[in-house]
Design a protein around this ligand. Structure first.
Ligand code: GLN
Length: 407
């Protein structure tokens, strides 16, 4: 037998320092045990027919070669137009937009384009799990600021945030509406963050992929009203337009998570750096799907109102089911997740509990620890998603009734 001589580490220190995505792993485990998958956040209902039709037409119409690296022109124009009516922001499609392979690539390309080795990036915790490997891959030093779960939602302490900023801080990442907590940052909170960004000359990466999923009746949400839940972007805050990188995507708003089409809106100097990184990482996002994206972003306001209504009713169904079955949680204000406290079930940790829930009850979730850098902080939490058909949520509800009986 040939013996290969191994004298070097074949795996880079960077790659060795993080694990595979727990969120995506949960989808594979759910399939193995035939569990109802309330883990990974993707819809199990069909994408809108007209959007799919536009994609099919684009393929038939031979938009099948590379698109312009930073995005099909009609798609960038549609992004600029929608940003104007939805956020009242003027964005130049020629110099301020980069189309990426999902918001995932948008975030990593954005960080690689702006952050130098050792520079600090502030991340609220719990955080969407991608941000940790993003920091490692871009050589950033993550600095975590806790979000605390209270009866009025998730909050940060102003002093703690202020203390996290220093001369070496390059950027802060926010996800608003937030995955995994469902928090919607108030105008006052955004203004406080903005003030610090200006004082310390810091860039704000704002992941806004859930911008259309905000619920009515949220408590303290700045200018949003009960009947008109409306997104407030960091880019709209005074003095932030020229230091904000907005990450967005078709995935959640149009229920096409598998298309991998995202976009980044940033000032021209940052955009031109992002475009270079993006070019050599991926060359570009799928051409025909960007054509369909141009159509999707031109949909009338009614589309978004209906999407909001759908998710509102799913949230209002599933959260009381979870509360009734022993999970401690509040109604999320936005996005389609609910982070729950499982301490009443008496399990050693979230991973053990998740295994039990998948194998014995038949419902898959994401262990809370995957949203924390210090795993012990999430050891008594699990995240449910509810971007699923009503019958899927119903099936989960039925299975969850067995929970207390089986423990
Ligand atoms: N954003 C979704 C989640 O948090 C899906 C993540 C992914 O796998 N890309 O579940």
């Amino acid at each position: 037998m040939n013996q290969t001589k191994l004298t070097k580490n074949r795996i880079s220190k960077k790659a060795a320092s993080f694990t595979e995505s727990v969120i995506r792993e949960m989808s594979r485990v759910a399939a193995k045990y035939d569990a109802v998958n309330l883990g990974q956040g993707f819809p199990d209902f069909p994408a809108p027919f007209d959007i799919k039709e536009k994609a099919m037409e684009a393929i038939a119409g031979d938009h099948n070669q590379y698109a312009i690296t930073w995005g099909v022109k009609s798609f960038r124009d549609a992004i600029a137009e929608k940003t104007k009516w939805f956020l009242n922001l003027d964005v130049d499609p020629e110099t301020e937009i980069t189309v990426t392979c999902g918001s995932t690539e948008g975030m990593i390309a954005g960080m690689m384009a702006t952050v130098d080795a050792g520079e600090e990036v502030i991340v609220f915790e719990p955080f969407y799990e991608n941000y940790a490997p993003d920091a490692i891959l871009s050589d950033a030093k993550p600095v975590h600021v806790p979000l605390y779960q209270t009866e009025t939602g998730w909050h940060f302490e102003k002093d703690e945030l202020r203390n996290a900023f220093n001369e070496n801080t390059k950027a802060i990442i926010i996800c608003n509406p937030n995955n995994p907590t469902g928090k919607v940052f108030t105008r006052e909170e955004l203004e406080f963050i903005a003030e610090l960004c200006r004082e310390f000359d810091v860039i704000c990466f704002t992941d806004e992929i859930y911008e259309h999923i905000i619920y009515k009746g949220i408590r303290d949400a700045g200018e949003m009203t009960r009947d008109n839940p409306k997104h407030l972007s960091m880019a709209q805050i005074d003095g932030m337009n020229d230091r904000t990188v907005v990450i967005n995507s078709l995935s959640k708003t149009y229920s096409v998570t598998g298309w991998r089409v995202g976009y980044v809106i940033a000032p021209p100097d940052i955009t031109s750096a992002i475009r270079k990184v993006h070019d050599f990482l991926t060359v570009g996002a799928a051409n025909p799907l960007q054509h369909a994206g141009a159509y999707a972003l031109s949909l009338p306001e009614k589309y978004y109102r209906e999407l909001q209504k759908e998710y509102q009713s799913k949230r209002d169904f599933i959260v009381p089911v979870l509360q009734k079955n022993g999970f401690k949680c509040e109604m999320p204000q936005g996005a389609y997740y609910v982070m729950t406290d499982i301490s009443d079930f008496g399990f050693a940790n979230d991973v053990e509990f998740t295994k039990f829930l998948i194998q014995e009850i038949g419902v898959a979730v994401v262990p809370g620890s995957s949203f924390y850098h210090d795993k012990s902080l999430g050891a008594q939490k699990v995240r449910f998603c509810f971007c699923k058909k009503d019958e899927t949520l119903q099936a989960a509800a039925e299975r969850l009734q067995n929970l207390t009986k089986k423990i």
